[in-house]
Design a protein around this ligand. Structure first.
Ligand SMILES: [Zn+2]
Ligand SMILES: [Zn+2]
Length: 352
């Protein structure tokens, strides 16, 4: 396959709202790296922050990623078209998705089996909203043959939801999910597959609550319309919920989540609060004997293998959650508009 010298890309060029379509050089493939022809990519919450260039982006993007200009995006799938020197685990023609955190392999966390939370974690040199993406060999994960590129592009965020569910047992028990964005919707599907008896979900977007219902949620609540804590208490005989997944990052919703948690219940926190969270530690944690878990990315590569098993077998079907398919280079503004308004499940960009 002929690889051109230049390629189309969606680039963050300035610390202001928006992104730019540009023609940029196709990256050179170094030792241990693979070049991927991008087939599909997805919008993550962090991409929305970067697109808007809000306070979070101002604080984190250059620290965690690189300076601008930077090609946007990190969730994607595609075909390997070139491998660098020393690459042995994948080959040209492989269909892959990618783990986006690159552990150092040397630090205390890496050496003790917690490489997902590496002290020196790195990201891809550049983003993936382009015709080609360059990633380290170790980041590549094969996509099951039964999955499309579009489904492959969401294996990374799906694996975050998988990681969250790994901390708890939900079979025959009640589950609460705070936030019906893509990770929340994936969590509904996984909880259902794991045998949860009842799945409660809250979100301020009725569009997303409707998607949650279709995905298997048994109770959907819009906190702008009802008192969700009262509702949950009422429907559980005052007990509260056995496991709650806090995915919204909304401080008020997180406080309510602790109030809805059953005594001795499990709180799994994935959302990033935008302001300090004040809890009644005695009532909400200590006397409740709550178990609290933080979810940082994916448990590499356990979460990925579980994702392959759940999606590859058809046990979980994510297609209904992939609500919008848009052309990357001509419709990226539209895609970000949908994602930021909550008028979508997962937005997928396809490359012709
Ligand atoms: Zn992501
Ligand atoms: Zn490390």
């Amino acid at each position: 396959m002929d690889i051109p010298e230049m390629m189309k890309a969606v680039v963050k060029t300035q610390k202001t709202r928006g992104a730019a379509f540009q023609i940029v050089p196709v990256p050179e493939v170094g030792p241990g790296e693979v070049l991927v022809k991008v087939r599909a990519c997805a919008i993550c919450g962090t991409d929305v922050h970067m697109y808007q260039w809000n306070a979070w982006a101002n604080e984190n993007v250059e620290k965690s990623y690189s300076g601008l200009p930077r090609i946007m995006g990190h969730e994607f799938s595609g075909d390997i078209v070139k491998v660098g020197e020393g690459v042995t685990k994948v080959k040209v023609g492989d269909r892959i998705a990618a783990e986006t955190h690159i552990p150092c392999g040397q630090c205390y966390l890496c050496r003790t089996g917690n490489g997902f939370n590496c002290q020196n974690v790195k990201r891809f040199k550049n983003g993936v909203y382009a015709e080609y993406a360059l990633i380290p060999e170790m980041s590549a994960v094969l996509i099951p043959d039964s999955l499309s590129y579009e489904e492959g592009a969401v294996m990374e965020p799906f694996s975050v939801a998988v990681h969250g569910t790994s901390f708890t047992k939900v079979a025959g028990d009640t589950v609460g999910i705070i936030g019906a964005g893509p990770i929340g919707l994936f969590t509904v599907k996984i909880a259902k597959a794991m045998g949860a008896s009842e799945i409660f979900i809250t979100d301020v977007s009725d569009y997303r609550l409707n998607l949650a219902k279709k995905s298997g949620a048994t109770h959907t609540f819009n906190p702008n319309k009802v008192n969700v804590v009262e509702k949950v208490k009422e429907l559980t005989g005052g007990l509260g919920l056995g496991t709650i997944f806090e995915i919204s990052g909304n401080v008020k919703a997180t406080k309510q989540a602790f109030e809805m948690l059953r005594k001795c219940g499990t709180m799994v926190m994935t959302g990033l609060p935008s302001e300090p969270l004040v809890l009644d530690a005695a009532g909400d944690i200590v006397w409740k004997a709550a178990k609290i878990f933080g979810v940082h990315g994916r448990d590499v590569y356990q979460s990925w293998e579980t994702t392959k098993g759940l999606l590859g077998s058809g046990c979980v079907d994510v297609k209904p959650i992939l609500t919008h398919y848009l052309d990357l280079f001509t419709q990226f503004d539209e895609g970000f508009g949908l994602a930021e308004k909550g008028l979508s499940g997962k937005v997928i960009f396809i490359l012709q």
